[in-house]
Design a protein around this ligand. Structure first.
Ligand code: ATP
Length: 962
């Protein structure tokens, strides 16, 4: 056996192997990984594009520039009305009133001709008589001109004017236009020139803005950055949840735990992995931000920014771990991510207006608000944006991370506080993730008590911490009373042997597994379904007290129909499912204690019923991972995996991903995983399902060889497999062991008897086909007659070449003489071969399953209608063999008639009536529960149906029917 490693070195190796697995899975899933890595670039580029668009829009504005010597703006012209966005076409540059006055017409003509840069054509100006006419026109022609001028002559030297404009300041091609100034300047200029009588009089008015420092530009990073950075974090968040839940959903984590994976190694490996992803992502965000020349990224310290983004992503990782404990399906990860984004986005909008990081809000509100990482993140972005708001602000440096910005008098949280909060929330969510992971039922419905962490043994890694089943809030009902089955003598003997060893404290060195009254009841659950209806399921006794020993160097085969409880029993042994009652010792370790279980995990190898594999990992990588988890020394792993792969004939496909393996190849890989690390107990749950006959025989050889030095427990539905491989067989049905023993013993005890196959050499007869047929029919009849006369049996199967007879055990004494006589007369009957053997294991299986079904039906009292060949219908309990028919008494037969009912199982295993015997009078002496004549009416059902009376089989014999 290869040397094994344990303790802290094993934990370290397990962490390393799991990290390698994560790396391989990410590498194989390149598209998602690349998208994850490039998401910072994509979103920062988007922010950059939005920033550029915003800047282009405001590029002509001097607001965002420092203006020390403001230039003089020349007189403003009257602009074409079409340029104004609000104007409806056709439009006028202006309208005016007072057109009866020649003076005013001259002034208006000059306004039009002297308009700086553009004389205004007459078609773009409309004149009216007076103000009220203009108002009437404006009213009926809305938005057709930007201004109206009204001239009044006070006296010869005074001309007044009135101006109507839309006073809204409107943006036009990036410039802000004062709608009043251009008309005011034009009117005053031309009135003045007219009054002084000099049409060329110089009239220059210049406008200058105030000298001012640049105002805070619209910060794209501060306004839309939080939402975009949240999207990057949500990207990672969804992938994290998906990876964790996939391993849970596909039972991969359970498989690793069964192989001895430490919980600590599992969580620690994921934590390291996600921390590395967060480091990369944060670095890329800051670097891309700097690359796109955002002041937010250039002026704030690189280290400050990196830690800020890193701690935020780490905190989101903690939240993702916590949420994954509640999710069962990996497909839900995207939906959850979407909801978290929506919530985060809305709370960020709220945070933009300052909530709740102001003195006016209570500290409790702030603390509660800060538990959700996007809220803290959004506030952090605000603080860092404020630190670069004006050109004078120099950003946050590492040494000043604990200080508020100078101009921020209402600052209640610094970047340093945000770091502390993000780190604290990460720990909080991570601890809660581990806690919920323990108390929420796993893929097998197993969970720990909600107070498990109060148990000192949990922290010391000792036994004693019991696991529970069912949902945390579900009510666990009491188990149903166990239905009684008639135990077989061999089963009883095995049970007594185990009980005796238990009471006497005997330790048999040859026993690998001792099962002591193992029982498993799946708890009934109560849950709220659609329309608040309470849905209940009853508790189910899947295994009802097994007492059995599995010897070393032997293979014990557990057979049984679907739902018999085989998988449940072996899951209990493997520690996947907790037992309800009883116990089992595996090489002396109890499956009921956690320290026992952790020892057992080192001793067993399990090939589960369904393949538990990563699609993206190859066969070789699977074996290497599980070998490391098992604690094999790294130096031996390579050779061990190669030998294992060669053993299951997967060497050629060792580097191919398991996702592209055929069903049979996956089974072989699962089988190889079960045998890795030389386990002392190998549990194989239907290991050869889906394998072709050649490979199956090869795997049988491996199993046969693997028996040496270990015990093997096998469940299978292949009787041939069980027959060939088993040293002992136990057949389970309805949760109980119905029979136990070697294949031969089971066949002789539970089979129908012996099978005789008689082959004829009819084809060798040298005569015409017609006469050959006649002779062979003659021989067949003669042989059939001989069997009937001597053994009282008729053929079960027959054709031209052979006859098959089933001979009951009670005729065993007659066999020797009969077959020697048959052999002597071989030539006479044209017999070419005589074969005599025990009935098949399949027949034993079917008998046991039928018997179990009968007992169960009888216990449940289910009824079925028996339609007699004479036409009468009687209701009889399912499984009843002898049935008396009420109402059939007569003068000659004062008792009733009775029939023997023959039962068979349909395709689903349910019992149905095959046929029934002829009607015979109930023999004298058979006790019926009531007198037929007097109580006949009792057996009539409400609808007139007759209920048959079951007769105790011990009072009747088949002779009564002859
Ligand atoms: N988690 C569970 N909760 C409730 N009932 C369960 C659970 N798992 C199994 N059962 C029930 O327990 C019974 C035994 O199931 P089990 O899987 O052990 O049967 P099996 O003999 O292995 O069948 P198969 O041959 O089909 O694999 C079945 O009736 C099954 O429905």
């Amino acid at each position: 056996m290869a040397t094994t490693i344990s303790g802290i070195p094993l934990v370290a190796l397990q962490v390393k192997a799991l990290l390698k697995k994560n790396l391989l899975l990410s590498w194989r899933n390149k598209r998602a990984s690349l998208l994850q890595l490039l998401s910072p670039f994509m979103f920062i580029f988007l922010i950059f594009a939005i920033d550029k668009a915003m800047k282009a829009k405001t590029s002509t504005s001097s607001s965002y520039k420092s203006v020390t010597e403001p230039p003089m703006e020349p007189s403003l012209p009257i602009t074409p009305c079409e340029d104004k966005l609000f104007i409806n076409l056709p439009c006028y540059d202006f309208v005016w009133s007072g057109h009866q006055s020649p003076k005013f017409r001259i002034i208006v003509a000059r306004i039009m001709n002297n308009n700086p840069g553009r004389p205004i054509p007459p078609s773009k100006v409309k004149s009216f008589k007076d103000k009220s006419e203009v108002d009437a026109w404006l009213f009926s022609n809305p938005m057709r001109c930007p201004a109206a001028l009204h001239f009044i002559e006070r006296n010869d030297t005074v001309i007044g004017y009135g101006l109507q404009t839309n006073s809204t300041s409107l943006q036009r091609r990036g410039k802000f236009e004062n709608p009043t100034a251009s008309f005011q300047l034009a009117a005053e200029r031309e009135i003045a020139r007219y009054l002084i009588g000099d049409a060329e009089f110089s009239w220059n008015v210049f406008l200058r803005e105030f000298a001012h420092p640049s105002t805070t530009p619209f910060s794209v990073v501060a306004s839309i950055g939080p939402a975009f950075f949240l999207v990057i974090a949500i990207f990672n968040f969804v992938l994290q949840i998906r990876s964790l839940v996939t391993e849970k959903e596909l039972k991969l984590r359970q498989a690793m735990t069964m192989m001895g994976l430490y919980d600590f190694a599992y969580w620690f490996s994921w934590l390291i992995w996600e921390a590395v992803v967060a480091i990369l992502s944060s670095l890329l965000i800051v670097l891309f931000g700097m690359m796109f020349q955002f002041r937010f990224f250039l002026d704030n310290s690189f280290v400050v920014l990196f830690f800020f983004f890193f701690l935020f992503e780490l905190s989101m990782t903690g939240l993702a771990f916590m949420i994954s404990a509640f999710i069962r399906k990996s497909s839900s990860a995207t939906t959850v991510g979407f909801y978290i984004f929506i919530v985060g986005f809305v709370t960020q909008l709220v945070a933009l207006v300052g909530f709740p990081y102001k003195d006016s809000f209570s500290k409790t509100t702030r603390n509660l608000w800060s538990l959700f990482p996007p809220n803290l993140f959004s506030q952090g972005i605000n603080v860092l944006s404020d630190a670069v708001a004006t050109s004078e602000d120099k950003g946050v440096s590492w040494s000043k991370r604990g200080e508020c910005a100078l101009n921020k008098t209402d600052c209640v949280i610094t970047i340093d506080d945000i770091y502390k909060w993000l780190a604290a929330t990460f720990f909080l969510w991570f601890v809660l993730a581990i806690y919920f992971d323990n108390i929420i039922p796993n893929a097998s419905g197993v969970r720990k008590s909600i107070w498990y962490f109060l148990n000192p043994n949990y922290w010391m890694g000792k036994g004693g911490q019991k696991v529970k089943e069912g949902g945390v809030c579900s009510c666990i009902g009491s188990a149903l009373c166990q239905e009684q089955s008639t135990p077989d003598d061999d089963v009883l003997e095995e049970e007594n042997k185990v009980k005796q060893q238990l009471t006497e404290g005997l330790v048999d060195a040859n026993i690998a597994v001792q099962i002591r009254g193992l029982a498993k009841t799946y708890p009934g659950t109560r849950s709220i379904g659609c329309c608040f209806k309470c849905k209940r399921t009853s508790p189910y006794n899947a295994v009802k007290g097994l007492w059995v020993n599995f010897a070393k160097d032997q293979l014990f085969c557990l057979l049984g129909p679907n739902g018999a409880g085989k998988t449940t029993a072996i899951n209990c042994l493997a520690g996947i499912t907790p037992v309800t009652d009883g116990d089992a010792l595996i090489y002396g370790h109890s499956i009921r204690s956690s320290s026992g279980l952790s020892n057992i995990q080192k001793l067993i190898g399990v090939c589960p019923q369904f393949d538990i594999l990563w699609d993206a990992l190859s066969g070789q990588e699977h074996l290497q991972l599980f070998a490391t988890i098992k604690g094999l020394s790294p130096s031996s792993i390579k050779s061990i995996t190669q030998t294992s792969l060669a053993e299951v004939r997967l060497t050629d496909a060792s580097k191919v991903r398991a996702g592209s393996y055929s069903g049979g190849m996956k089974r072989r890989l699962s089988f190889a995983i079960a045998l890795i690390g030389d386990p002392k107990l190998v549990i194989l749950d239907e290991p050869t399902t889906g394998m072709d006959p050649i490979i199956r025989r090869h795997v049988w050889d491996i199993i046969e060889n693997a028996k040496r030095g270990r015990a093997i427990v096998l469940t299978t539905h292949s009787m041939e497999e069980a027959d060939i491989l088993s040293d002992r067989i136990g057949i389970m049905a309805k949760g109980s062991l119905r029979c136990i023993g070697t294949s031969i013993r089971l066949k002789s005890r539970f089979g129908a008897g012996f099978i005789a196959n008689i082959s004829f050499n009819g084809n060798n007869i040298e005569c015409s086909p017609a006469s050959g047929d006649a002779i062979s029919t003659e021989h067949h009849e003669a042989v059939k007659k001989l069997f009937k006369n001597h053994l009282d049996v008729v053929p079960k199967e027959e054709n031209n070449n052979f006859l098959t007879f089933v001979i009951p055990h009670d005729r065993e004494a007659l066999l020797k003489n009969f077959f020697s006589e048959l052999q002597d007369r071989e030539k006479e009957f044209g017999i070419s071969d005589i074969q005599l053997g025990l009935t098949t294991l399949e027949e034993v299986f079917l008998n046991i399953a039928r018997q179990a079904e009968l007992e169960s039906a009888a216990a449940e009292g289910r009824l079925v209608t028996l339609t007699l060949t004479s036409g009468e219908s009687v209701q009889i309990p399912i499984g009843a063999r002898f049935v008396g028919i009420p109402g059939t008494e007569s003068a000659e037969n004062p008792t009733w008639f009775m029939v023997e009912v023959y039962w068979e199982q349909d395709d689903t295993g349910a019992l149905c009536i095959a046929s029934h015997s002829q009607k015979v009078p109930i023999p004298h002496g058979v006790q019926l529960s009531s007198s037929p004549s007097r109580r006949h009416r009792r057996y009539l059902g409400q609808s007139g149906t007759v209920h048959g009376v079951v007769i105790d089989p011990s009072q009747v014999s088949s002779v009564d029917f002859q």
